[in-house]
Ligand binder design. Structure first.
Ligand code: ATP
Ligand code: MG
Ligand code: MG
Length: 554
């Protein structure tokens, strides 16, 4: 792998290794909640956590933060595992689940009660909110705050045994209702939820809160550096408070480090909004190639390498910023420029007849699979009397500076001959139906003297009798606005009506046998992938991953 640029997290780890704080151990985790599909923002966190572990010969855990049973499902667990693997990462010997720690979390809660650091509150959720105070005003103590340890233990055990309905009591940390940090105003640690959990079934009817669960899970897994996004910065004092109280009963106290989340233009990044896009029919599915879910970008044609390159290139910092979608697209172009074989495709065909070409004649033309990689060899492209070219490679009355085909003008058929347009046949609407040309037999590419003839245009083509039809889906950005959800606007007002166009194109004969997920550069068009769901033998479907150059807004 390429040497990684330094960043403030690497500096912290280097310093810890220098002082021996963790005896050289680096253990990170990626902790998604299994309540939806991962998106490109998660990829930043995955590449960071798994990447650092790799770099420092450590381990990164994949841990499901599954403490919200209402919203969680096995389907999401499976798709998250698939996406992490697809990105190229491994998670050690087994998966981790916060729900594996429910017993331990419960024991820690009883421990906190016995230390006088937690109490059962019987106020309603609204009453608790009302007493919490504001940024400028201190909160007030609950009337239940001074319950005895015995009473708290008894009530908490009864909460656990299912005696109370949802919302009747909660367990709260006893910290400081006047703290300037609202997260420290006696946060709720446990609530009653009579809901079946996707892993623990009906064993529990009380579930621990995120802040409480997260730090203890980190400690139990002996995580060294717990990386999270900036919005958790003011949760860090709570993270540290819980682990300080539990110092005698958990194995270590990981360091929480915050970094800026990924914000990407022309997209929305929250699971809730992504769900809406699918449910309201703006996207076809979770893995619609226009979605920024990892399943979606994969289907669009993104490679794991391009996403890892993107993560490395945007780096990590402490300040929120926006990354332009063009940066992500460029990473894909760079990667596919290296790895994608070249092929020809005619997206909007018009027929050309080479009048002086032998009737029924067919000959092979050789085209390199990659212009910079001779070792990839050549492919054969058959030429015959009737060919297709792109409709926009011909103009009857071209403006100045148009170097492609027009009446009386010569162009080179890429990998073949120089042709000259002699006349055109139009239909009643004036639309060009056929273009008649002559070719010069002495100009075949790769033969001696071929390039003596200087012509400006160089266009691609396919033999009409050999070309294969294929469905091609031309995708573009899903939104027309760089910040579709900024400023309280409804992001759905900025959907791009032209984000998907399905056409039937002509492709090289060999492409009828592509494997799902094979990627190509269609010369002069862009990078395309054989759709991994809809491609069947003999019937390829191609998705445009990205155009050759950034043409957005042009
Ligand atoms: P969303 O708000 O989209 O639902 P989330 O943060 O609730 O996402 P989690 O499943 O809790 O989703 O996230 C798992 C991890 O991914 C967390 O550590 C979180 O910080 C990180 N993450 C989520 N979104 C981004 C982002 N845009 N950039 C970087 N990291 C992110
Ligand atoms: Mg979350
Ligand atoms: Mg969220």
């Amino acid at each position: 792998p390429a040497p990684s640029a330094s960043n403030f997290i690497r500096s912290i780890i280097d310093e810890d290794n220098r002082t021996g704080k963790w005896n050289g151990r680096v253990e990170t985790r990626f902790p998604p909640e299994p309540n939806g599909y991962l998106h490109i923002g998660h990829a930043k966190s995955i590449c960071l956590n798994f990447g650092l572990a790799q770099e420092y010969n450590g381990i990164c855990h994949l841990r499901f933060d599954d403490t919200n049973p209402e919203k969680e499902e096995q389907e999401y667990v499976d798709s998250i595992c698939e996406s992490v693997r697809w990105l190229g990462f491994e998670w050690g010997t087994h998966l981790h689940y916060a729900s594996d720690y429910f017993d331990k979390l419960y024991e820690c809660a009883e421990y906190l009660i016995r230390q006088g650091k937690a109490y059962v509150d019987s106020l309603t959720a609204e009453e608790i909110r009302a007493l919490r105070g504001t940024l400028t005003e201190a909160g007030e103590n609950s009337p239940y705050r001074e319950r005895t340890i015995e009473e708290n233990l008894e009530l908490f055990r009864r909460m656990k045994s299912g005696e109370f309905p949802d919302g009747k009591h909660v367990l709260r940390a006893k910290i400081d209702m006047a703290s300037p940090n609202i997260n420290l105003r006696d946060p709720v640690l446990y609530r009653i939820r009579h809901v079946r959990h996707h892993r623990t079934g009906n064993t529990w009817c009380i579930y621990p809160m995120y802040d409480y669960t997260h730090c203890i899970s980190d400690a139990l897994e002996k995580i060294t550096h717990s990386l999270c996004t900036l919005e958790f910065e003011d949760h860090r004092p709570l993270y540290d408070w819980v682990l300080d109280q539990l110092a005698d009963v958990v194995p270590c106290h990981p360091q929480q480090i915050e970094f800026a989340r990924l914000n990407l233009t022309y997209t929305v990044m929250s699971k809730r909004k992504l769900i809406e896009l699918v449910e309201d029919g703006f996207a076809d599915s979770w893995d619609d190639p226009r979605m920024n879910t990892l399943a979606g970008v994969r289907r669009r044609g993104y490679t794991p390498e391009s996403i890892r390159l993107f993560a490395e290139r945007i780096g990590v910092s402490k300040a929120d910023s926006w990354i332009d979608m063009g940066v992500l697209e460029d990473c894909l172009r760079e990667d596919l420029n290296e790895r994608a074989p070249r092929r020809l495709a005619i997206l909007e065909p018009v027929k050309v007849i080479i009048d002086n070409y032998p009737e029924n004649g067919v000959e092979d033309c050789l085209a390199p699979n990659h212009p910079q990689k001779p070792e990839w060899g050549n492919r054969v492209i058959p030429l015959s009397k009737e060919i297709y070219i792109e409709r926009n490679d011909f103009m009857e009355s071209p403006p100045k500076g148009y170097f492609r085909l027009s009446p009386g003008v010569e162009v080179r058929l890429r990998y073949a001959y120089v042709i000259k347009c002699t006349n055109v046949v139009k239909n009643a609407d004036g639309e060009v139906m056929e273009i008649h040309c002559t070719y010069d037999p002495g100009t075949k590419s790769g033969t001696e003297g071929a390039d003596k003839r200087k012509v400006k245009g160089n266009i691609h083509w396919l033999s009409a009798i050999h070309a294969q039809q294929a469905e091609v889906r031309l995708y573009d950005r899903l939104f027309t606005h760089a910040h579709p959800d900024a400023g309280g606007q409804d992001y759905k007002g900025f959907l791009n009506p032209h984000s998907k166009k399905v056409i039937t194109a002509y492709v090289e004969p060999s492409l009828s046998r592509v494997q799902p997920e094979e990627r190509f550069q269609f010369e002069r068009h862009g990078y395309f992938v054989a759709d991994h769901k809809d491609t069947v033998p003999g019937k390829p479907v191609f998705n445009r991953a990205v155009t050759l150059r950034d043409s957005w807004g042009k």
